[in-house]
Design a protein around this ligand. Structure first.
Ligand code: THU
Length: 162
């Protein structure tokens, strides 16, 4: 016998970042500022990420590319790893991401890659509390997801390693 199951997720779509509450507007502004400092000479795809911690601190990161391509790292992981390194015991409330291409201005959000979803999910698992995700292109709408787990259904985590 087999059972069909359906997984669905709830997203909130804002027409623009101006509609976000003050805290998240500040957070997305930080992601935009970080994006402008990205080091992406090979792809010309610029990504900025900003992490809001429970203590109110904001940590920023951006993609760092490398002539040996796999040695580079995505913005989201630069940001969450830095947050984890600097504030190992402080929970992450939210992560905001802004992405665009120098070749093609993005006016819709880009989704975080699978590796970044896995990396962020580690912190959600560690802190037993959801991490809100806000996604934006260079301009335009913002997609909000209340938990990273929604973006990584059937994810792998440390519970399997006991
Ligand atoms: N990139 C990110 O920074 N985050 C993502 O989630 C997707 C891709 C970067 C990696 C690389 O520097 C460039 O975008 C093109 O893949």
């Amino acid at each position: 016998m087999s059972t069909q199951k359906k997984i669905s997720i709830d997203l909130t779509v804002y027409d623009s970042c101006e509609e976000l509450c003050a805290d998240y507007k500040i957070l997305i502004d930080a992601a935009v500022a970080a994006r402008k400092k990205a080091y992406a000479p090979y792809s010309n795809f610029l990504v900025g990420a900003s992490v809001l911690l429970e203590n109110g601190q904001i940590i920023e990161g951006n993609n760092q590319e490398n002539a040996s391509y796999p040695s580079g790292l995505c913005a989201e992981r630069v940001a969450v790893f830095y947050a984890g390194a600097k504030f190992p015991n402080v929970k992450i409330k939210a992560i905001a991401v802004s992405a665009t291409s120098l070749n093609n201005k993005l006016d819709t959000p880009a989704a975080p890659c699978g590796n970044c979803r896995q990396a962020i999910s580690e912190y959600e698992f560690k802190q037993h509390a959801p991490i809100k995700v806000l996604l934006m292109g260079e301009t335009g709408s913002v997609v909000e997801c209340s938990s990273l787990a929604d973006l990584l259904p059937l994810g792998f985590n440390g519970s399997y390693l006991k």
